[in-house]
Design a binder for this molecule. Structure first.
Ligand code: MRU
Length: 327
């Protein structure tokens, strides 16, 4: 699939993910403010992709003549839950003087993310058996990362190896990342998939139609508690009840070792209209009260393993994560 994050002539071009799968339009970001708006408005989304876009945003901030602290503050305040944003900005702050060229660093963060995802895919494909049905939630694919994807990276790698697999795609209300982005990505690659509404997963599990669940992550606490798209927790509970393995695929940069557990993760709440409307069409009146948390936290004891670029980590987590990966 074409790149969705492109640096060209001192501008950042972002494929507008709000328009997919019906239109392929790039939004042109000429300033750090354009990038901040694009992240906030979900032109670009997905934890690692936000980090990559922010790194290029840092470059634009410097071109715009803005000081480091202000650049950091503009970008960090776009979306609160994904740790990759903070990670990429810290890396820009700490390392760009060493590299001498901030643009080279942003490109490196971008390229590294793609190769990390390929390594996650390589490590994770061993967990997938021929003929399996895999359930995924939200979009943890190429569009959510620098490229290739984390959860979808594992699925892609298994498919590329010749394994016959089928993917159930949760539509992922309210923003429909599953229906609009994941189904689109899988179909582009010729990977067999079926779209379901979020509330169908339990029934499918009961019917024995799901062998494994693989999702991405936005922030993983040091004990393994994992923030991901709203609805992930419900699937993990269902998977545990039906004794179905539930895996989280994520780069090491998604682990936040500064927090002990998931209660410290800030959950983004988004605007009520996202729930009252579907693709611009109202499904409830403006007076209807809405709660719209964008993420939830899955407790570590529901997670069968973390698929990372350094290997697969299985329980017990906690200090084990620290020791295993030296982070
Ligand atoms: O609100 P979004 O679309 O940015 O949320 C994205 C997710 O929750 C993804 O599953 C997560 O970022 C992992 S992406 C590799």
């Amino acid at each position: 699939m074409d790149s969705h994050i492109i640096w060209e002539n001192d501008k950042l071009l972002l494929l507008d993910q709000r328009q997919l799968p019906f239109k392929k339009i790039y939004v042109e970001c000429c300033s750090i403010y354009d990038v901040a708006k694009a992240i906030k408005d979900m032109v670009v989304r997905g934890a690692p992709a936000i980090g990559v876009a922010a790194a290029y945003g840092f470059v634009l901030g410097k071109i715009n003549g803005i000081d480091d602290e202000t650049i950091y503050n503009i970008l960090i305040n776009t979306r609160p839950t994904a740790v990759n944003l903070e990670w990429a900005l810290q890396r820009c702050l700490n390392q760009y003087k060493d590299y001498g060229d901030l643009l080279e660093l942003a490109k490196k963060i971008h390229e590294e993310d793609i190769s990390i995802n390929k390594q996650i895919g390589k490590n994770g494909k061993e967990l997938i058996n021929n003929g399996e049905n895999i359930l995924t939630h939200c979009n943890a694919g190429a569009l959510a990362t620098g490229g290739y994807g984390t959860a979808l990276g594992v699925i892609r790698a298994a498919f590329e190896e010749g394994k016959r697999i089928h993917v159930y795609v949760d539509e992922t209300r309210p923003y429909l990342q599953g229906a609009r982005l994941t189904a689109y990505e899988l179909m582009e690659d010729g990977i067999d998939c079926t779209l379901i509404c979020d509330n169908m997963a339990g029934y499918l599990m009961r019917l024995g139609k799901i062998d494994k669940v693989i999702v991405g992550a936005d922030r993983i606490a040091s004990n393994g508690d994992t923030a991901n798209k709203i609805g992930t927790y419900s699937i993990a509970v269902l998977a545990m009840h039906h004794r179905i393995p539930f895996y989280v695929a994520a780069p090491i940069s998604t682990f936040d070792m500064s927090i002990n557990d998931g209660s410290f993760i800030k959950i983004e709440e988004r605007a009520p209209y996202e729930v009252r409307e579907v693709f611009g069409t109202k499904i409830a009146t403006d007076e209807t009260k809405v709660f719209n948390p964008s993420f939830d936290v899955t407790p570590h004891y529901l997670i069968s393993g973390f698929i990372t670029e350094k290997g697969v980590i299985c329980p017990p987590y906690g200090n084990f994560i620290l020791e295993k990966f030296n982070i």
